[in-house]
Write a protein that binds this ligand. Structure first.
Ligand SMILES: CC(C)(COP(=O)(O)OP(=O)(O)OC[C@H]1O[C@@H](n2cnc3c(N)ncnc32)[C@H](O)[C@@H]1OP(=O)(O)O)[C@@H](O)C(=O)NCCC(=O)NCCS
Length: 73
């Protein structure tokens, strides 16, 4: 997920994430998981603010940077 630099910190990312939860519930998939790069500390703060917690370090990585798996609490 990426919000244009000029529109960050205005609630756009939160609104998009909320809509993902709404769609998940509609599709009877209430558990929401996502990945975030270990080095992306700012995005981790964003996801924590939205109620996500770190589950584990993703064991699968093929040339990507290491990522955490997060889930909605
Ligand atoms: C992460 C990202 C999607 C957040 O989108 P956004 O529209 O700026 O987020 P919001 O305005 O809804 O932020 C809600 C809250 O999250 C937290 N937050 C958001 N960005 C933050 C940052 N850079 N540092 C610390 N906290 C942050 C704040 O608590 C914020 O509330 P506040 O502005 O009232 O303090 C956006 O910064 C982005 O596109 N980043 C680059 C791409 C990226 O890293 N994506 C994630 C890939 S997994």
């Amino acid at each position: 997920m990426v919000v244009h630099r000029d529109f960050r910190r205005q609630g756009v990312g939160s609104a998009l994430l909320d809509d993902c939860c709404t769609l998940g519930a509609r599709w009877e998939q209430p558990k929401i998981y996502l990945h975030v790069d270990v080095a992306n500390v700012e995005a981790q703060k964003f996801y924590k603010k939205q109620g996500y917690e770190t589950v584990r370090l993703d064991p699968f990585w093929f040339g990507f940077t290491r990522r955490y798996v997060l889930r909605k609490i």
